[in-house]
Design a protein around this ligand. Structure first.
Ligand SMILES: Cc1cc2nc3c(=O)[nH]c(=O)nc-3n(C[C@H](O)[C@H](O)[C@H](O)COP(=O)(O)OP(=O)(O)OC[C@H]3O[C@@H](n4cnc5c(N)ncnc54)[C@H](O)[C@@H]3O)c2cc1C
Length: 349
Protein backbone atom coordinates (compact mmCIF):
# COMPACT_ATOMS: atom_id res chain seq x y z
CA UNK A 1 0.00 0.00 0.00
CA UNK A 2 1.43 3.37 -1.00
CA UNK A 3 1.47 6.46 1.24
CA UNK A 4 -1.12 8.04 -1.08
CA UNK A 5 -3.52 5.16 -0.42
CA UNK A 6 -3.08 5.57 3.31
CA UNK A 7 -3.59 9.34 3.20
CA UNK A 8 -6.72 9.18 1.03
CA UNK A 9 -8.62 6.73 3.24
CA UNK A 10 -10.91 8.12 5.98
CA UNK A 11 -9.92 7.43 9.55
CA UNK A 12 -12.12 4.82 11.20
CA UNK A 13 -15.22 6.57 12.59
CA UNK A 14 -14.47 9.87 10.83
CA UNK A 15 -17.30 11.44 8.78
CA UNK A 16 -17.11 10.69 5.06
CA UNK A 17 -15.85 13.83 3.33
CA UNK A 18 -18.25 15.40 0.83
CA UNK A 19 -16.75 15.12 -2.67
CA UNK A 20 -15.91 18.47 -4.23
CA UNK A 21 -18.43 19.38 -6.96
CA UNK A 22 -17.13 18.69 -10.46
CA UNK A 23 -16.00 21.88 -12.17
CA UNK A 24 -18.29 22.93 -14.99
CA UNK A 25 -16.51 23.10 -18.33
CA UNK A 26 -18.57 25.44 -20.55
CA UNK A 27 -16.29 25.03 -23.58
CA UNK A 28 -16.33 21.22 -23.61
CA UNK A 29 -20.03 21.12 -22.71
CA UNK A 30 -20.93 23.58 -25.46
CA UNK A 31 -18.99 21.56 -28.04
CA UNK A 32 -20.65 18.32 -26.90
CA UNK A 33 -24.15 19.88 -27.08
CA UNK A 34 -23.49 21.17 -30.59
CA UNK A 35 -22.09 17.81 -31.73
CA UNK A 36 -24.63 15.49 -30.12
CA UNK A 37 -27.84 17.53 -30.21
CA UNK A 38 -27.14 20.03 -32.97
CA UNK A 39 -27.98 23.03 -30.77
CA UNK A 40 -25.70 26.08 -30.78
CA UNK A 41 -24.54 27.41 -27.44
CA UNK A 42 -22.97 30.66 -26.31
CA UNK A 43 -20.79 31.39 -23.32
CA UNK A 44 -21.29 34.24 -20.83
CA UNK A 45 -24.54 35.21 -22.52
CA UNK A 46 -26.16 38.21 -20.74
CA UNK A 47 -29.60 37.02 -19.65
CA UNK A 48 -31.44 40.31 -19.09
CA UNK A 49 -32.74 40.39 -22.65
CA UNK A 50 -34.34 36.98 -22.16
CA UNK A 51 -36.49 38.34 -19.33
CA UNK A 52 -39.27 40.92 -19.19
CA UNK A 53 -37.59 42.72 -16.25
CA UNK A 54 -34.49 43.18 -18.40
CA UNK A 55 -32.00 42.63 -15.59
CA UNK A 56 -29.56 39.85 -14.87
CA UNK A 57 -25.98 38.83 -15.54
CA UNK A 58 -24.60 36.07 -17.75
CA UNK A 59 -25.22 32.35 -18.03
CA UNK A 60 -22.04 30.27 -18.03
CA UNK A 61 -23.53 28.48 -21.03
CA UNK A 62 -26.73 29.35 -22.88
CA UNK A 63 -28.79 27.60 -25.55
CA UNK A 64 -32.14 28.08 -27.29
CA UNK A 65 -34.13 24.97 -28.18
CA UNK A 66 -36.73 25.11 -30.95
CA UNK A 67 -38.58 21.81 -30.69
CA UNK A 68 -39.40 19.03 -28.24
CA UNK A 69 -36.66 16.78 -29.55
CA UNK A 70 -34.02 19.39 -28.66
CA UNK A 71 -35.68 20.21 -25.32
CA UNK A 72 -35.76 16.55 -24.22
CA UNK A 73 -32.23 15.89 -25.44
CA UNK A 74 -30.65 18.89 -23.73
CA UNK A 75 -32.41 18.25 -20.41
CA UNK A 76 -31.34 14.59 -20.48
CA UNK A 77 -27.80 15.59 -21.49
CA UNK A 78 -27.52 17.95 -18.51
CA UNK A 79 -29.02 15.43 -16.08
CA UNK A 80 -26.70 12.64 -17.20
CA UNK A 81 -23.70 14.86 -16.44
CA UNK A 82 -25.06 16.49 -13.28
CA UNK A 83 -24.87 19.90 -14.94
CA UNK A 84 -26.86 22.64 -13.24
CA UNK A 85 -29.74 23.39 -15.58
CA UNK A 86 -32.21 26.27 -15.66
CA UNK A 87 -35.09 26.20 -18.16
CA UNK A 88 -36.48 29.61 -19.07
CA UNK A 89 -39.68 30.36 -20.93
CA UNK A 90 -40.05 34.06 -21.71
CA UNK A 91 -38.55 35.08 -18.37
CA UNK A 92 -41.72 36.94 -17.36
CA UNK A 93 -41.85 35.74 -13.77
CA UNK A 94 -38.18 35.90 -12.84
CA UNK A 95 -35.53 38.30 -11.62
CA UNK A 96 -32.06 37.04 -12.51
CA UNK A 97 -29.13 38.04 -10.28
CA UNK A 98 -26.58 40.56 -11.53
CA UNK A 99 -23.96 37.82 -11.18
CA UNK A 100 -25.98 35.63 -13.55
CA UNK A 101 -26.71 31.91 -13.45
CA UNK A 102 -24.11 29.18 -13.11
CA UNK A 103 -24.25 26.14 -15.35
CA UNK A 104 -26.46 25.76 -18.41
CA UNK A 105 -29.48 27.98 -19.14
CA UNK A 106 -31.91 26.90 -21.85
CA UNK A 107 -34.56 29.11 -23.38
CA UNK A 108 -37.52 27.02 -24.54
CA UNK A 109 -38.93 27.96 -27.93
CA UNK A 110 -40.63 24.66 -28.80
CA UNK A 111 -43.78 26.21 -30.25
CA UNK A 112 -45.70 23.58 -32.23
CA UNK A 113 -49.43 23.09 -31.75
CA UNK A 114 -52.31 20.98 -33.07
CA UNK A 115 -56.05 20.98 -32.62
CA UNK A 116 -57.86 17.71 -32.08
CA UNK A 117 -61.58 18.41 -31.80
CA UNK A 118 -61.93 20.53 -28.66
CA UNK A 119 -58.44 19.72 -27.46
CA UNK A 120 -55.64 22.23 -28.11
CA UNK A 121 -52.29 20.44 -27.82
CA UNK A 122 -49.34 22.80 -27.60
CA UNK A 123 -45.61 22.60 -26.97
CA UNK A 124 -44.40 24.23 -23.79
CA UNK A 125 -42.38 27.01 -25.45
CA UNK A 126 -45.42 28.49 -27.18
CA UNK A 127 -46.37 31.97 -25.97
CA UNK A 128 -49.66 32.03 -24.05
CA UNK A 129 -50.75 35.10 -26.02
CA UNK A 130 -50.20 33.20 -29.28
CA UNK A 131 -52.13 30.23 -27.85
CA UNK A 132 -55.02 32.63 -27.12
CA UNK A 133 -55.13 34.00 -30.66
CA UNK A 134 -54.62 30.61 -32.34
CA UNK A 135 -57.54 29.09 -30.48
CA UNK A 136 -59.72 32.16 -31.14
CA UNK A 137 -59.14 31.73 -34.88
CA UNK A 138 -60.01 28.04 -34.57
CA UNK A 139 -63.32 28.92 -32.89
CA UNK A 140 -62.38 27.55 -29.47
CA UNK A 141 -63.05 29.47 -26.27
CA UNK A 142 -61.41 29.10 -22.85
CA UNK A 143 -57.85 30.31 -23.41
CA UNK A 144 -58.63 34.04 -23.79
CA UNK A 145 -56.97 34.82 -20.44
CA UNK A 146 -53.68 33.68 -22.01
CA UNK A 147 -53.57 36.98 -23.88
CA UNK A 148 -52.77 38.65 -20.55
CA UNK A 149 -49.83 36.40 -19.77
CA UNK A 150 -46.53 37.30 -21.42
CA UNK A 151 -45.03 33.87 -20.73
CA UNK A 152 -44.95 30.41 -22.29
CA UNK A 153 -47.32 27.49 -21.87
CA UNK A 154 -44.64 25.71 -19.77
CA UNK A 155 -44.21 28.71 -17.48
CA UNK A 156 -48.00 29.05 -17.23
CA UNK A 157 -48.43 25.42 -16.17
CA UNK A 158 -45.57 25.85 -13.65
CA UNK A 159 -47.31 28.93 -12.17
CA UNK A 160 -50.93 27.88 -12.73
CA UNK A 161 -51.06 31.29 -14.35
CA UNK A 162 -54.41 32.98 -14.60
CA UNK A 163 -56.22 36.24 -15.22
CA UNK A 164 -59.67 37.57 -16.02
CA UNK A 165 -61.52 34.71 -14.31
CA UNK A 166 -59.55 31.97 -16.04
CA UNK A 167 -56.51 29.93 -15.12
CA UNK A 168 -54.52 26.96 -16.38
CA UNK A 169 -56.07 24.63 -13.81
CA UNK A 170 -59.53 25.40 -15.19
CA UNK A 171 -58.80 24.15 -18.73
CA UNK A 172 -55.77 21.85 -18.61
CA UNK A 173 -56.55 18.26 -19.58
CA UNK A 174 -53.02 16.84 -19.25
CA UNK A 175 -49.36 17.81 -19.47
CA UNK A 176 -46.45 15.72 -20.71
CA UNK A 177 -43.71 16.12 -18.14
CA UNK A 178 -40.07 15.03 -18.19
CA UNK A 179 -39.63 13.70 -14.67
CA UNK A 180 -36.54 14.00 -12.51
CA UNK A 181 -35.57 10.35 -13.23
CA UNK A 182 -35.46 11.04 -16.99
CA UNK A 183 -38.72 9.25 -17.78
CA UNK A 184 -41.73 10.98 -19.30
CA UNK A 185 -45.28 10.90 -18.03
CA UNK A 186 -48.61 12.23 -19.26
CA UNK A 187 -50.02 13.74 -16.07
CA UNK A 188 -53.72 14.55 -15.84
CA UNK A 189 -54.56 17.94 -14.32
CA UNK A 190 -55.49 16.23 -11.05
CA UNK A 191 -51.86 15.12 -10.62
CA UNK A 192 -50.39 18.56 -11.20
CA UNK A 193 -51.17 19.89 -7.72
CA UNK A 194 -52.78 23.11 -8.91
CA UNK A 195 -53.58 25.77 -6.34
CA UNK A 196 -53.56 29.58 -6.40
CA UNK A 197 -50.55 30.37 -8.64
CA UNK A 198 -48.99 27.08 -7.68
CA UNK A 199 -48.39 23.60 -9.08
CA UNK A 200 -46.30 20.54 -8.38
CA UNK A 201 -43.70 21.94 -10.80
CA UNK A 202 -42.84 24.63 -8.24
CA UNK A 203 -42.16 21.90 -5.68
CA UNK A 204 -40.27 19.70 -8.17
CA UNK A 205 -37.88 22.05 -9.96
CA UNK A 206 -36.25 19.11 -11.78
CA UNK A 207 -39.44 18.40 -13.72
CA UNK A 208 -39.89 20.01 -17.13
CA UNK A 209 -43.18 20.50 -18.95
CA UNK A 210 -42.86 19.34 -22.57
CA UNK A 211 -46.36 19.94 -23.87
CA UNK A 212 -49.87 20.51 -22.62
CA UNK A 213 -53.42 19.83 -23.77
CA UNK A 214 -56.20 22.31 -23.02
CA UNK A 215 -59.86 21.33 -23.23
CA UNK A 216 -61.79 24.21 -24.82
CA UNK A 217 -65.34 24.73 -26.11
CA UNK A 218 -66.58 25.70 -29.55
CA UNK A 219 -67.60 29.35 -29.99
CA UNK A 220 -67.99 31.95 -32.66
CA UNK A 221 -64.52 33.46 -33.50
CA UNK A 222 -65.79 37.10 -33.68
CA UNK A 223 -67.36 36.74 -30.22
CA UNK A 224 -64.07 35.41 -28.80
CA UNK A 225 -62.25 38.29 -30.53
CA UNK A 226 -64.44 40.79 -28.64
CA UNK A 227 -63.39 39.16 -25.35
CA UNK A 228 -59.73 39.37 -26.40
CA UNK A 229 -60.15 43.08 -27.14
CA UNK A 230 -61.70 43.65 -23.71
CA UNK A 231 -58.75 41.92 -22.04
CA UNK A 232 -56.27 43.97 -24.07
CA UNK A 233 -58.03 47.20 -23.11
CA UNK A 234 -58.21 46.29 -19.41
CA UNK A 235 -54.48 45.54 -19.32
CA UNK A 236 -53.58 48.78 -21.05
CA UNK A 237 -55.68 50.77 -18.58
CA UNK A 238 -54.53 49.03 -15.40
CA UNK A 239 -50.99 47.78 -15.91
CA UNK A 240 -47.69 49.45 -16.80
CA UNK A 241 -47.26 47.68 -20.14
CA UNK A 242 -44.30 48.44 -22.39
CA UNK A 243 -42.02 49.07 -19.39
CA UNK A 244 -39.80 46.24 -18.10
CA UNK A 245 -41.38 44.38 -15.17
CA UNK A 246 -42.07 40.83 -14.02
CA UNK A 247 -45.81 41.32 -13.47
CA UNK A 248 -47.16 41.08 -9.94
CA UNK A 249 -44.30 41.20 -7.48
CA UNK A 250 -46.07 39.61 -4.49
CA UNK A 251 -48.71 36.95 -4.07
CA UNK A 252 -52.00 38.18 -2.69
CA UNK A 253 -52.09 37.40 1.02
CA UNK A 254 -55.06 35.43 2.30
CA UNK A 255 -58.19 37.60 2.04
CA UNK A 256 -56.38 40.69 0.76
CA UNK A 257 -54.65 42.24 -2.23
CA UNK A 258 -50.90 42.91 -2.20
CA UNK A 259 -51.43 45.91 -4.50
CA UNK A 260 -53.96 47.49 -2.13
CA UNK A 261 -51.67 47.05 0.90
CA UNK A 262 -48.73 48.65 -0.91
CA UNK A 263 -50.89 51.44 -2.32
CA UNK A 264 -52.40 52.22 1.11
CA UNK A 265 -48.90 52.83 2.48
CA UNK A 266 -48.26 55.41 -0.24
CA UNK A 267 -45.43 53.37 -1.72
CA UNK A 268 -46.30 53.98 -5.37
CA UNK A 269 -43.35 55.78 -6.94
CA UNK A 270 -40.86 54.52 -4.31
CA UNK A 271 -37.54 54.13 -6.13
CA UNK A 272 -34.30 52.29 -5.61
CA UNK A 273 -31.69 52.84 -8.30
CA UNK A 274 -33.50 52.11 -11.56
CA UNK A 275 -36.36 50.19 -9.95
CA UNK A 276 -39.66 51.87 -9.06
CA UNK A 277 -42.98 50.80 -7.55
CA UNK A 278 -45.31 51.46 -10.49
CA UNK A 279 -47.62 54.47 -10.23
CA UNK A 280 -50.17 52.52 -12.26
CA UNK A 281 -50.25 49.29 -10.26
CA UNK A 282 -48.65 49.14 -6.82
CA UNK A 283 -47.89 45.41 -7.06
CA UNK A 284 -45.70 45.95 -10.14
CA UNK A 285 -42.06 46.97 -9.87
CA UNK A 286 -40.81 48.52 -13.08
CA UNK A 287 -37.28 48.99 -14.30
CA UNK A 288 -36.24 52.14 -16.15
CA UNK A 289 -33.86 49.92 -18.21
CA UNK A 290 -30.85 51.17 -16.30
CA UNK A 291 -31.85 49.31 -13.14
CA UNK A 292 -29.92 46.33 -11.81
CA UNK A 293 -31.18 43.10 -10.32
CA UNK A 294 -30.03 44.25 -6.90
CA UNK A 295 -32.07 47.47 -7.30
CA UNK A 296 -35.14 45.33 -7.95
CA UNK A 297 -34.39 42.90 -5.15
CA UNK A 298 -33.63 45.71 -2.74
CA UNK A 299 -36.94 47.40 -3.53
CA UNK A 300 -38.85 44.12 -3.15
CA UNK A 301 -37.30 43.69 0.31
CA UNK A 302 -37.99 47.34 1.21
CA UNK A 303 -41.67 47.13 0.24
CA UNK A 304 -42.14 43.81 2.05
CA UNK A 305 -40.51 45.27 5.19
CA UNK A 306 -42.73 48.38 5.08
CA UNK A 307 -45.90 46.29 4.72
CA UNK A 308 -44.82 43.98 7.54
CA UNK A 309 -44.05 46.89 9.85
CA UNK A 310 -47.37 48.64 9.13
CA UNK A 311 -49.76 45.69 8.98
CA UNK A 312 -48.01 42.61 10.37
CA UNK A 313 -48.64 40.90 7.01
CA UNK A 314 -45.68 39.08 5.48
CA UNK A 315 -45.85 39.45 1.71
CA UNK A 316 -44.38 36.55 -0.24
CA UNK A 317 -42.72 37.26 -3.58
CA UNK A 318 -44.61 35.94 -6.60
CA UNK A 319 -41.58 36.51 -8.81
CA UNK A 320 -38.75 34.01 -8.59
CA UNK A 321 -35.20 35.11 -7.91
CA UNK A 322 -32.90 32.98 -10.05
CA UNK A 323 -29.13 32.69 -10.10
CA UNK A 324 -26.13 33.62 -8.08
CA UNK A 325 -27.47 36.06 -5.46
CA UNK A 326 -24.75 35.30 -2.93
CA UNK A 327 -22.38 37.47 -4.99
CA UNK A 328 -24.82 40.40 -5.07
CA UNK A 329 -25.36 43.24 -2.63
CA UNK A 330 -28.36 41.68 -0.92
CA UNK A 331 -28.76 38.36 0.76
CA UNK A 332 -30.59 35.69 -1.19
CA UNK A 333 -34.21 35.54 -0.12
CA UNK A 334 -35.73 32.18 0.57
CA UNK A 335 -37.38 31.33 -2.72
CA UNK A 336 -40.98 30.88 -1.84
CA UNK A 337 -42.72 28.06 -3.57
CA UNK A 338 -45.16 27.56 -0.78
CA UNK A 339 -48.74 27.33 -1.91
CA UNK A 340 -50.99 30.17 -0.89
CA UNK A 341 -54.69 29.84 -0.34
CA UNK A 342 -55.54 33.42 -1.17
CA UNK A 343 -58.15 34.08 -3.76
CA UNK A 344 -57.15 36.25 -6.64
CA UNK A 345 -58.54 39.59 -5.67
CA UNK A 346 -57.28 41.65 -8.54
CA UNK A 347 -59.61 40.98 -11.43
CA UNK A 348 -56.86 41.12 -14.02
CA UNK A 349 -54.55 38.71 -12.32
C1 LIG B 1 -46.61 42.48 -17.59
C2 LIG B 1 -46.84 41.13 -16.96
C3 LIG B 1 -48.12 40.72 -16.66
C4 LIG B 1 -48.34 39.48 -16.07
N1 LIG B 1 -49.60 39.11 -15.79
C5 LIG B 1 -49.84 37.89 -15.26
C6 LIG B 1 -51.18 37.48 -14.98
O1 LIG B 1 -52.14 38.18 -15.25
N2 LIG B 1 -51.37 36.27 -14.41
C7 LIG B 1 -50.32 35.44 -14.12
O2 LIG B 1 -50.57 34.34 -13.62
N3 LIG B 1 -49.04 35.82 -14.36
C8 LIG B 1 -48.78 37.01 -14.93
N4 LIG B 1 -47.49 37.38 -15.17
C9 LIG B 1 -46.38 36.51 -14.75
C10 LIG B 1 -45.86 35.53 -15.82
O3 LIG B 1 -46.16 35.98 -17.14
C11 LIG B 1 -46.43 34.12 -15.65
O4 LIG B 1 -46.09 33.58 -14.39
C12 LIG B 1 -45.93 33.15 -16.74
O5 LIG B 1 -46.65 31.96 -16.62
C13 LIG B 1 -44.43 32.83 -16.66
O6 LIG B 1 -44.07 32.12 -17.85
P1 LIG B 1 -42.60 32.23 -18.46
O7 LIG B 1 -42.56 31.36 -19.66
O8 LIG B 1 -42.23 33.64 -18.70
O9 LIG B 1 -41.75 31.62 -17.29
P2 LIG B 1 -40.28 32.10 -16.84
O10 LIG B 1 -40.39 33.41 -16.17
O11 LIG B 1 -39.34 31.96 -17.96
O12 LIG B 1 -39.97 30.99 -15.75
C14 LIG B 1 -40.63 31.00 -14.51
C15 LIG B 1 -40.34 29.66 -13.80
O13 LIG B 1 -40.96 28.63 -14.55
C16 LIG B 1 -40.02 27.62 -14.84
N5 LIG B 1 -40.35 27.08 -16.17
C17 LIG B 1 -40.43 27.75 -17.36
N6 LIG B 1 -40.74 26.89 -18.34
C18 LIG B 1 -40.87 25.67 -17.79
C19 LIG B 1 -41.17 24.37 -18.29
N7 LIG B 1 -41.37 24.13 -19.60
N8 LIG B 1 -41.21 23.34 -17.42
C20 LIG B 1 -40.99 23.53 -16.10
N9 LIG B 1 -40.68 24.72 -15.55
C21 LIG B 1 -40.61 25.78 -16.40
C22 LIG B 1 -38.66 28.33 -14.85
O14 LIG B 1 -37.61 27.43 -14.61
C23 LIG B 1 -38.84 29.34 -13.73
O15 LIG B 1 -38.57 28.75 -12.48
C24 LIG B 1 -47.24 38.63 -15.78
C25 LIG B 1 -45.94 39.04 -16.10
C26 LIG B 1 -45.74 40.27 -16.69
C27 LIG B 1 -44.34 40.67 -17.04
Amino acid sequence: MSQADVDSGPLPGAPTPTPAPALFDPIGTGTAIQRRIGVKTSRDEPLGRFTTMRVGGPADLFAIVHNLHELRAIVRFARARSIRLTVLGRGSDVVIADAGIRGLVVQNRAEGSTIDGELYIVESGQAMARAATETQKAGLTGLEFGLAIPGTVGGAVWANAGAHDGDVAGILEWADVLLADGTEARLPAAELGFRYRDSRLKQQPAEVVLQAAFRLSPADPPTIAIRLDEIKRWRREHQPLGIPSAGSTFRNPDGDSAGRLIDDLGLKGRTRGGATVSEKHANFIVNDRKGSASDVRGLVDEVAAAVLAATGIELEPEVVFLGDWAMGATEPAVESNAAGDADDREPGR
